[in-house]
Each structure stands twice: as C-alpha cells, then as structure tokens.
Design a protein around this ligand. Structure first.
Ligand SMILES: NC(=O)c1ccc[n+]([C@@H]2O[C@H](COP(=O)([O-])OP(=O)(O)OC[C@H]3O[C@@H](n4cnc5c(N)ncnc54)[C@H](OP(=O)(O)O)[C@@H]3O)[C@@H](O)[C@H]2O)c1
Length: 320
C-alpha cells in the first residue's frame, strides 16, 4: 500500500509546527503509512533543518510562487495551511487553495482561520465588514474555500492562543504587572496551539468517508474546555510565581496597540486589530465559547492555561 502524503504549509511556524509534531508522533507515521512533507521558503534555515531531523521531507516553495505550489501538491494527498497575518494573506492562502484544487492528488485541506466570535452591535470577527482587519482576510479566504468544487476542506477557527501570553512572560511580568485594555469578568476559552496541532493532525488522518460525512465544508470553532478572565490570568501568574502579587493595569486600546508595536514588533495595522479583538470581542463577552461536537469527538481533552503557565513561569525574570 502507498503511504499517504500530508503536506504542511506553514510548518516552520507555531500551529504548523504543532501539526507536524502531532503527525510524526502517530503510529501511522512510525509504520510509514503516512509521510509528512513541509513546504519551506529556506531549505537550509534552522527551522527547516529541525523539521528534517523529525523525519519530515522538505519541499522548497513559497505561497507567492504558484509553480512551486503546484509541484508540491502533485504528490500530496492532503494539505494543512496556515499563514501569518500579512497584508497579502488573502492572495497567499488563495494561491495554496487553488494549487490544492488543481492537483489530481490532493483531496483534503485543513486551514487555520481565526477566532469565530460573534458580538452584538458589531459585524462578526470573521466577516467582510469586521473591525478586525485579519478577520476580513479570513472571511475572504473562507469564501474561496466555499467556491471549491473538487477539494474537501475544513476551516478551523481557534480562540486566543495561550502562546500569545508569552508577551507577558518576557515582558511586563518581570516588573510584577500586566496591562490589558479590559480587566473585568468576561472570559475567553484560551487554546494551546499544541491542541490545535493535535486536532488538525487527527482530521488529516481521517478516512475520506469520515471527512465527507462530518468535516468537509465546515468552519469549526476551537476553544479550550476552561475559560479565563484577565483577573483569572493574573491570579494564575501570581500562584505560579510563588504568590508574588501581580498588579493589573488597565490601559487604553491605543496604549495596548502601541505596546505590541514597540514591545513585540507588530506592524501598526495588526496591533490595532489585536487591541480591538480585546476591547470589542473579549470585553464584549463573545470569546467564552466551546468547541462544537465535531471537535470534541476528535479531541476530548485540552491543555489548561494553568499548565501552560506552570511550564513557562521559570522564564519570568523578576526584577527585585
Ligand atoms: N494568535 C492568536 O491568538 C490566533 C488565534 C486564532 C487564529 N490565529 C491565526 O493563526 C495564524 C497564524 O498562525 P501561526 O501563529 O502558526 O503563524 P506563524 O507562527 O507566524 O507561522 C506562519 C507560517 O507561515 C509561513 N509563511 C508565511 N508566508 C509564507 C510564504 N509566502 N510562503 C511560504 N510560507 C509562508 C511561515 O514561514 P517562514 O518561517 O518562512 O516565515 C510560517 O511557517 C493567523 O492566520 C492568525 O489569524 C491566531
């Protein structure tokens, strides 16, 4: 029997990397029933080389090079797609979708979209009128998926990544404070990127029949089992840091965005959208949602934020 080949696009990033890790940990990979390949821009780069040591085959290519995408898809039975938020994200992701549709080999694509929150008084997070710029991008990419006639696909809509909080770990926590533009009781079902990778990998390994009957053509939310408010998060930080008191500062949306630009190097448009995701959607009580049954059936157990903080607390260098 020929091994099934899964092409991971975005494998050098966080969700793509987590998907690779989940795929190479499966018995199907160990038994050589599944091959994992990664489309990478820099074959010799450290991230690509690290994938190679895991047994992943490297394919050189770029989302803006259609020929390279067609060549990579020629052998791929299934494909995973994630791209970071960039101004030409729609064109880049649509190029990958088009190559997958045009390929005779590729039957199924799993795409990482963004948070599917819906709040009263504003357009949905993912919609063509969204106040979140990359929410508009994901709406356009989902529309391209809707237009597919041959390819089966699933679009995953994860809530806030726990990994976003690495900004606190290496940032303000050293000074025993955190700053957010909202700080009341509204909660979010934070999700560990590794759970997203586990879910995507499980989906990519399903039979054509199961994909067709349960997953194809769906836009599925992903949220962790537990939800957290900003005060909950501060409490978890404090406990993990041996009960050191952590001050919660309320900043404005603009100050929060400025911090993302200055502290984390975000471009301004992206920082503005991330800040609005806090003030419009999290503060608007729209981010406390659970995954639908299709997700829970595949992946019943999720990592908690307490576990994530316990893993990362040693990285906080408290200023005495
Ligand atoms: N942060 C959140 O809370 C959150 C929540 C829900 C959804 N999301 C969504 O998740 C996505 C970001 O996921 P992530 O954190 O895994 O991203 P990431 O770590 O930045 O990884 C992006 C990947 O895309 C690759 N890539 C970018 N442009 C490319 C191109 N032209 N050709 C080939 N590869 C290219 C990068 O490769 P290189 O290594 O070559 O750059 C990298 O492997 C965004 O679409 C965002 O909207 C985020």
């Amino acid at each position: 029997m020929c091994a099934m080949e899964i092409l991971v696009c975005g494998a050098t990033g966080s969700t793509g990397g987590a998907t690779v890790d989940a795929l190479v940990a499966t018995p199907q990979f160990a038994a050589k029933e599944v091959r994992v390949s990664a489309l990478v821009r820099d074959l010799e780069g450290a991230k690509a080389q690290a994938l190679k040591t895991k047994g992943v085959a490297l394919v050189e290519g770029s989302f803006d090079n259609k020929e390279s995408l067609m060549a990579a898809m020629a052998k791929a039975d299934r494909c995973f797609l994630v791209c970071n938020n960039v101004l030409n994200q729609v064109d880049l992701e649509c190029n990958v979708i088009e190559a997958a549709e045009a390929s005779d080999a590729c039957k199924y694509l799993v795409k990482i979209s963004t948070c599917g929150a819906v709040v009263e008084g504003a357009p949905p997070y993912i919609s063509k009128d969204s106040v979140i710029q990359y929410g508009r991008y994901h709406a356009a990419i989902d529309e391209r998926l809707d237009a597919c006639t041959k390819l089966m696909w699933t679009s995953l809509r994860p809530n806030y990544f726990m990994q976003n909080f690495i900004g606190d770990v290496f940032g303000t926590l050293a000074n025993k404070m955190v700053a957010y533009p909202h700080q009341k009781d509204q909660k979010a079902t934070l999700i560990d990127v590794r759970d997203i990778g586990d879910i995507a990998a499980k989906m990519l390994l399903l039979s054509d029949e199961k994909i067709g009957s349960t997953y194809h053509g769906k836009k599925l939310d992903i949220g962790g089992l537990k939800s957290y408010s900003i005060p909950d998060i501060v409490d978890i930080y404090s406990k993990a840091l041996k009960n050191v008191p952590i001050k919660l500062v309320r900043c404005s949306e603009e100050e929060f965005a400025k911090g993302l630009v200055g502290g984390a190097g975000f471009p301004e448009w992206l920082a503005t959208s991330v800040a609005k995701s806090h003030t419009v959607f999290w503060e608007g009580n729209a981010t406390d949602y659970q995954s639908p049954p299709e997700i829970k059936e595949l992946h019943p157990k999720f990592r908690t934020f307490e576990e994530w903080v316990a893993e990362h607390a040693h990285l906080v260098k408290l200023v005495e």
